[in-house]
Design a protein around this ligand. Structure first.
Ligand code: SAH
Length: 397
């Protein structure tokens, strides 16, 4: 697949060390309409494609069969393969009857995003700024590892959740991403990963810009196409969706997706969580725990993310509170030293405090992992994604 790229002189450069975006950006709608859903092939999983074909005159079983052939043809080839042909002869060659041609050929198989900027980190992480057809900018981060490469995927343009420590939260929500725009982050990154020659892209984390549970329909559609064995073939266990804690979407998520769930906790009690995560007013920690306990499928576990802020939530007693909170839930806790974000008062703890916190939490029998920052030097680490603000012309002081 050819990855489209705009000429360098059009893409404003962002360099590591540039000052962060100036004032908080109000949640004004930068883009009025979202990309027209359904007009692109990648906006459809096999089920929604079959539904479209049924409306075009096929029987339910014929529509399902054609949809399966089409997703295999369009998305089943590996990352290095040339773009599959998309015209009447190519579709006929799949054994698809003439009745389905018009509806299929009305769908655009091309990419909905182009690369606006590549920001390679010294640690091999690659932050990508991607531009949608309507000019909206989002970011994805490619994170190579020894066995597999991970892509951090965005689910919205901006975010409405306004967490105090997160750059994306400053932007407000501009619009939802269509399923195809989520899938296309993966198509572009998969080709880049192959081109760079590292481990193949096999792991997806919905931890980029946006709150995936505020765009759950499109996120689920994208996940179904990405994990379809005929299409992109990602293992469901290698797809993780991270939520700020929108508790009433947890049950529908587990009902409709086989992917893994991560929940951003970030504080050990309601008062402190509320102060940095507005979502806690609507879904306090008890409600969140209750929804998890009720919805977590047999044999599955949730990953709690806990960002450590120096002197705020990183005391040994906070580890005790956290252990008490997660007790009784099948879970692991991912401890994340905070990256520089919008609030200068929120800083990462020292290595000693981090180690002490982790030891105390593990001492309670909680499976504890530490997430080392990747891509920090290019603003690509957790909580630093703010493509729109970066590429917008500076506002007059
Ligand atoms: N909206 C989703 C996914 C995006 S954030 C969510 O909140 O889970 C992905 C992860 O990055 C979350 O766990 C979030 O708490 C974390 N994060 C946000 N800002 C951060 C920062 N400044 N430093 C470290 N992690 C941060």
């Amino acid at each position: 697949m050819r990855v489209p790229e705009i000429p360098e002189e059009i893409a404003p450069a962002f360099r590591a060390g540039d000052p962060p975006a100036p004032a908080p950006v109000a949640a004004r709608p930068l883009i009025r309409r979202s990309a027209r859903a359904g007009a692109r092939l990648a906006d459809h999983d096999a089920a929604s494609l079959a539904e479209l074909l049924r409306k075009a005159g096929g029987t339910a079983s014929a529509a399902r069969a054609v949809a399966g052939k089409v997703v295999r043809h369009a998305f089943g080839a590996g990352p290095g393969a040339p773009a599959p042909a998309w015209d009447a002869p190519a579709i006929a060659a799949l054994g698809v009857g003439a009745w389905a041609h018009e509806a299929l050929l009305a769908l655009d198989p091309g990419l909905s995003l182009e690369i606006a900027e590549r920001a390679p980190s010294t640690d091999d992480t690659l932050r990508l700024v991607l531009r949608a057809r309507d000019g909206a900018l989002i970011e994805s981060v490619l994170i190579p590892g020894p066995a597999r490469t991970t892509l951090c995927v965005s689910s919205q343009v901006g975010c409405a959740r306004a967490c105090a420590f997160c750059e994306t939260g400053r932007l407000g929500l501009a619009r939802q991403l269509a399923a195809g725009e989520i899938v296309d982050q993966v198509r572009i990154a998969r080709a880049l990963a192959a081109e760079r020659g590292g481990a193949p892209l096999r792991n997806l984390v919905f931890m980029g810009m946006g709150e995936p549970f505020d765009n759950l329909g499109e996120v689920l559609k994208a996940i179904r196409l990405l994990t379809d064995p005929r299409a992109f073939r990602f293992a469901p266990s290698h797809v993780t969706v991270s939520t700020v804690g929108v508790a009433d979407k947890i049950e529908p998520f587990f009902r409709e997706a086989r992917a893994e769930l991560a929940v951003s906790l970030n504080a050990p009690d309601d008062a402190r969580r509320q102060a940095i995560m507005p979502v806690n007013a609507r879904f306090p920690m008890a409600a969140l725990k209750e929804a998890l306990a009720r919805s977590l499928p047999q044999g599955r576990r949730v990953l709690f993310e806990y960002v450590l802020f120096d002197g705020y939530n990183d005391a040994p007693e906070d580890a005790d509170l956290l252990a008490a909170y997660v007790a009784g839930l099948r879970c692991r806790v991912n401890v994340i030293p905070c990256n520089p974000g919008p609030d200068p008062a929120l800083r990462p703890p020292s290595a000693e405090r981090l180690d002490a916190f982790v030891a105390r939490l593990s001492g309670h029998g909680v499976t504890t992992l530490v997430r080392r920052p990747r891509g920090r030097d290019v603003g690509g680490a957790c909580g630093q994604l703010a493509g729109i603000a970066r590429l917008r012309p500076p506002s007059p002081a």
